[in-house]
Structure formats: C-alpha cells, structure tokens
Design a protein around this ligand. Structure first.
Ligand code: SF4
Length: 363
C-alpha cells in the first residue's frame, strides 16, 4: 500500500500535515536542485490522493512554467501502417499473437492529406510518423521526403519506429527527419520480446546522428513500483533527452496485460510531475509531454499534447481521429484551458494562444 492510501484528514496547520521529507525535496527543487533517484522514489511512494502528491504536482507545474516560459508545444502523429507486430508488446493493440487489428497501409497521398490536416494551422512543432517495430527503410525515407515537401517549414518531422542503426539514422536525417521517439520501456524484454540492450543501441544511434531524442516513462501500469519507474525515467534524464514524458498503459480488454488494470490520470499526473522535476537536472530537455493528453498532466509539469490520426497503439479504431485521438483544435483548446499563453513552433518562433486563436480558422 502506498503512503496515505487509506486517506488522511487535514485537521491542523498545513505545514504540520505535510511529510517533512517531501517538503525538503520540493524546497530544494524550488531552489534549483532537481531531485535525484532516492528523492524521486520517495515522491512516488505517496498515493496520488495525498496532499504530498498534490503538492508535488503543484511545484512541478510552477517550475515547468518558469522553465519553459509558459509556452506549450503541439505535436501530431500519424500511424502510417499496421500489421501484427513481431515485438509482441503485451500492452499494445498491434502485438502479434493477440492483435485483432486489421492490416492498414496508408498511401503517400493519404499521409500527406492527414499531415496537412494536422499542420495546416502553422503551429505544429513536429509531425510524428509511426510504424510497427519492423519497417521498410526505403519506403519510409521516400514518405519522409514527400511529407517534408508538403509541410510548412516551421514543422519538423520525427519518426516513431522500431530499432535502427546509425546508418539508417543518417538516411532518415538526409530525407528530412529531425528527431526520433525511442524508449527502453518499463519491463522491456518481459512484457515485450525486444532486447533492452538493442533499444539502447538505437538511442545511441539517434544521438550520434544528432537527431532530437524523444523519450518517455511508459507504459505505466498499477504494478510498477517507484524503484522501477525511477530506474526507467532516469535513463532519459541521465542520457540527455530532448523531450521527456509520461504515458500510462491504456486498458485493452483482449490484451495479455489487461488483468493488471490501468492507473488513473491523477496517478499519471503525479508521475508526470516527478518526471518534470527530475528533468530539471537535464539541460537538453526542452519540453515535457503527457500521453494521452489530459488537463491534470498539463497542470503537473507537462507542456505538450499530441493530436493523432491513423492507427494508434492505444486504440482499436483504424483512424484514431474517430475515437481516442485528439484533433488539433481539441489539442489547442486543452493547452489554452491549462493556462498556456503561447505555442512554440519547430523553427523556434512562437504564436500567441488565447481565446481568439484557439481555432486559427476563426481568426
Ligand atoms: S508498441 Fe510498437 S513495437 Fe510494441 S507491439 Fe505495438 S507497434 Fe509493435
């Protein structure tokens, strides 16, 4: 049982009711000293409904807005093809052995049409192109080159694909890729059939090719202990990720991990806050994301939302726009409601976010 899980009543002064260790860690963070492994584990040991967890989220929110100038980022992702994925991730709708998802393969024209829908407003920082673990590098580089021509210059391209080597990283970069999302997941090798060391080699290839490296603490479930979570999230902090994030595992009734359940958005917000606070030690980190987008995460240290189209590993619909995926106006509105006042684009410029600019088509 986590600290305070049975609930606690506040019947005295606030200071006396807040764990002194947590107060110390958060005061240090406010003074510019990010929590290390031991401190992060202590913060994650509290139940998400405790005052200590709420205070952790509040401090992370304050520091993140200060660090990023209250600017947010809009990202978009298109799942360009699906088939039974040999990585067999037990939490993913595409995993071979349990998938019920149909095979899909978007044409370049379809991808461009979806890319223009996501990036047309001009404020998309980056468009992510997602494949299964295995992919054809020649098809992918030609898609990247085609999409690059269709996107505004201020929108970058990021790939979310399987493992690849330095040579492939260079080929993707030459085609127009700016960054790659790549993660050594929680319980990689146990809940997936992938080799954790291979995941690290790909991360090395991303960094050696000078691509922006997008990392994430994922896929979080109720079974993950504070120690496991900290070990996994610190990989991104210690190796210098461009973006850190937190993502929960979404409950899928036919998936092998369904019986383990799902954490609440409140617990996800608490973990997002710890990711954000720990990332204070990482000068390379310029942004914090929360997946799927939600207001608790965006007021707990995250400043990024993803709009999605096509296939999505957390969704049973072949086009997530019709189901779980947030569209671009919904994403802008969520950032506005979370109190952000500007959107940072992929070329470093910013555009104001206010009640008049939520929907650029109405300006
Ligand atoms: S999470 Fe990615 S690598 Fe794992 S099964 Fe799904 S598509 Fe394949």
């Amino acid at each position: 049982m986590l600290e305070g899980e049975s609930g606690q009543l506040i019947d005295g002064g606030i200071d006396s009711k807040i764990d002194s260790g947590v107060r110390g860690i958060l005061n240090e963070a406010l003074a510019g000293r990010a929590p290390g492994r031991e401190q992060c584990e202590a913060l994650l040991g509290f139940h998400e409904r405790t005052i200590e967890a709420n205070l952790t989220r509040a401090v992370a929110d304050t520091l993140s807005r200060r660090r990023f100038g209250n600017q947010a980022m809009l990202l978009g992702q298109i799942g360009i093809e699906t088939f039974a994925c040999p990585a067999r991730c037990g939490f993913c709708v595409f995993g071979e052995g349990h998938t019920q998802f149909p095979e899909t393969r978007l044409s370049l024209d379809q991808i461009i049409e979806q890319a223009e829908g996501l990036a047309g407003g001009g404020d998309l920082y980056a468009l992510f192109l997602m494949t299964m673990h295995t992919f054809e590098i020649d098809r992918l580089t030609s898609i990247v080159a085609g999409v690059r021509k269709a996107l505004p210059l201020q929108t970058q391209i990021v790939v979310n694909i399987g493992d690849f080597d330095r040579q492939q990283a260079e080929a993707l970069k030459a085609a127009g890729v700016d960054g790659a999302y790549h993660v050594q997941r929680l319980r990689e090798g146990d809940d997936t059939v992938l080799d954790p060391a291979e995941r690290l080699r790909t991360i090395d290839a991303v960094r050696e090719a000078d691509l922006d490296w997008y990392y994430c603490c994922e896929p979080l479930g109720p079974e993950h202990t504070p120690t496991e979570i900290v070990d996994q999230l610190m990989l991104g902090v210690e190796r210098g990720c461009f973006q850190h994030a937190a993502m929960r595992r979404v409950w899928l009734d036919h998936s092998p991990l369904a019986q383990r359940g799902q954490i609440s958005e409140l617990r996800l917000g608490q973990i997002t806050a710890v990711v954000s606070l720990a990332s204070g030690a990482c000068a390379e980190t310029t942004t914090i994301a929360v997946h799927e987008p939600n207001l608790i995460g965006l007021t707990s240290g995250a400043n990024v939302v993803y709009a999605e189209a096509g296939a999505n590993p957390r969704d049973t619909s072949t086009d997530t726009r019709d189901h779980r995926g947030l569209d671009i106006i919904g994403a802008r509105r969520m950032l506005y409601e979370a109190g952000f006042t500007a959107i940072r684009r992929g070329d470093g410029s910013t555009s104001p976010l206010n009640e008049r600019t939520i929907d650029p088509a109405c300006v």
